[in-house]
Write a protein that binds this ligand. Structure first.
Ligand SMILES: Cc1cc2nc3c(=O)[nH]c(=O)nc-3n(C[C@H](O)[C@H](O)[C@H](O)COP(=O)(O)OP(=O)(O)OC[C@H]3O[C@@H](n4cnc5c(N)ncnc54)[C@H](O)[C@@H]3O)c2cc1C
Length: 477
């Protein structure tokens, strides 16, 4: 495998997205030195985001003697984990997809586990004094136009039938008060969701991993992988010879390994955050850490911050040809203007409030909208997990349970789960995937533009939009 496939952009601290920048300033930590010589380990994890770090911590929890190494191309949290929207959501809204793919029993189990992961993140933060602004204040799934009204009813009825429904319908004044905006015309609330400062969470995970004896090498990209028993992870100045490898590289997987090139589409989620105005939040009623999502295909999602800001995001904007990680993913969002307009529509009181930062980042959208896990390599000792489709803050905790169980060779519901069957669908080859993605994205935009004006969308646009809608609600990328 040639080195170019593993290339990760060189960034510097001035280019860090808002959350990571804030986390680094609040909790400065010396970067872990890069690997400078050959080393031996039991397990080598590639990628220091939530997936890699949860896996490392869970491995150490189960077997403290295990020698676990993480190689991270940049610093821990430099990928999606240090820049996401911080909405920790369960898989309730994905129930139909889960049932269709995995059957009723596994779908029920996964919805429950996804809720448990939200609580487990809170417990983890408390136990290890990780100040990640974790607020277990629930989520509101809303409608912001007539076409969206009722779109959540079906899935909630199914959750109810199976005894796993945590949502209740709120009276409209309550929806608008909690969400801080009269743009919402319907709302379902679930207490099983949290908001976090994602950068602080990932840096907290890094600290705990180090405290547990995980050896982390930052500024250390994997430049090649030699399969076998043992496997060898090559980096510029040293190799890690190890019994097992975990690939936790998220959006970077699609370029790095040819067999995954069509298993995900790389698409941006774009974000803005305002200057702090706690007085205005008080006035509009958006005072809790509730996360709010409308019912678009690529939802608008927002929450406030404890210091009085509003963060608003939307996925599905920039699509990357051939799964490339484009330079624009490390720049201010090209869609900041659109987000600003939406913010003002939602919160007229914030019309004159400055935008403190804008950014974006790559999400790995799978065909099903769900992540997938598996093993590869001649020795079956290389494990991977990605494809969170813009919804990974909570699910990466499940990813850690799955990957640590696979590494330890356990027989449990995670290793028996159909989630470990590898990709469950493929996008068409380029250029069809790219052109098709743009066609679907533009159809969605036209459809939702019409619906926002309470006009009927074109029938062709509705049909094209269904290609993206198939993956289920609440995808942020
Ligand atoms: C802008 C944005 C907003 C989002 N909002 C939400 C949200 O509100 N809620 C939600 O649930 N999810 C959200 N997501 C998705 C969520 O952030 C991700 O699913 C999650 O962070 C994935 O974690 P990860 O550890 O798998 O990947 P990452 O955090 O991306 O980590 C992968 C790491 O691998 C490293 N790497 C890559 N190649 C190599 C190599 N060759 N060698 C060594 N290291 C390498 C990268 O530098 C990176 O640090 C959002 C994503 C984005 C981009």
């Amino acid at each position: 495998m040639e080195t170019e496939r593993f290339a990760v952009a060189k960034r510097n601290d001035l280019m860090r997205p808002y959350w990571l920048d804030q986390a680094l300033k609040n909790q400065p930590a010396t970067p872990c030195p890069a690997l400078q010589q050959d080393t031996r380990a039991d397990v080598c994890i590639v990628g220091g985001g939530y997936t890699g770090l949860w896996t490392a911590i869970m491995l150490k929890e189960q077997n403290p003697e295990l020698d676990v190494v993480i190689v991270e191309a940049d610093i821990c949290g430099a990928g999606a984990s240090g820049r996401n929207g911080g909405c920790a959501l369960s898989w309730s809204a994905k129930y139909f997809t889960l049932e269709r793919l995995f059957g009723v029993n596994e779908a029920i189990r996964l919805v429950k586990e996804s809720e448990q992961s939200i609580y487990a993140i809170g417990t983890f933060c408390e136990r290890y004094a990780v100040d990640a602004d974790y607020r277990l204040d629930g989520t509101l799934y809303t409608a912001t136009n007539r076409a969206q009204v009722g779109s959540t009813d079906g899935v909630i009825a199914a959750l109810e039938r199976h005894g796993i429904n945590s949502f209740s319908k709120c009276a409209l004044p309550e929806v608008q008060r909690m969400a801080g905006s009269v743009r919402h015309i319907e709302g379902w609330f679930s207490p099983a969701a949290a908001s976090v400062q994602p950068g602080k969470l990932v840096r907290g995970l890094r600290r705990v991993a180090l405290e547990r004896g995980v050896r982390i090498f930052e500024g250390t990209p994997m430049t090649g992988l030699e399969e076998g028993m043992p496997a060898v992870v090559n980096t510029p100045n040293g190799k890690v010879t190890c019994d097992r490898v975990v690939l936790a590289m998220n959006a970077w997987m699609a370029r790095a390994f040819a067999q995954f090139s069509r298993s995900v589409a790389i698409v941006s989620s774009d974000m803005i955050i305002t200057e702090p105005r706690p007085d205005l939040l008080e006035r509009i009623g958006l005072t809790s850490g509730v996360t709010v999502l409308d019912s678009r295909i690529f939802v608008h999602y927002y929450h406030n911050t404890p210091d009085g800001r509003i963060m608003l995001g939307k996925g599905g904007n920039t699509f990357a040809y051939g799964g490339r990680i484009l330079p624009v993913f490390d720049q201010p969002s090209p869609y900041a203007g659109l987000l600003r307009n939406t913010l003002t529509e939602f919160f007229p009181d914030f019309a004159d409030v400055g935008i403190a930062a804008t950014w974006n980042g790559p999400s790995d959208r799978s065909v099903t909208g769900l992540p997938f896990f598996g093993r590869m390599g001649a020795g079956g000792n290389i494990f991977y997990g990605f494809g969170y489709s813009g919804s990974g803050v909570g699910p990466c905790h499940m990813g850690g349970q799955i990957l640590s169980s696979l590494v330890l060779g356990l027989d449990n519901p995670w290793t028996r789960s159909p989630l470990v069957q590898g990709p469950l669908g493929y996008f068409p080859p380029e250029p069809i995937r790219y052109l098709g993605s743009l066609m679907v994205r533009n159809a969605i935009r036209r459809k939702e533009h019409a619906e926002d004006r309470n006009r009927p969308p074109r029938r062709l646009d509705v049909r094209l939009a269904k290609f993206a809608a198939a993956a289920g609600k609440a995808d942020k990328g």
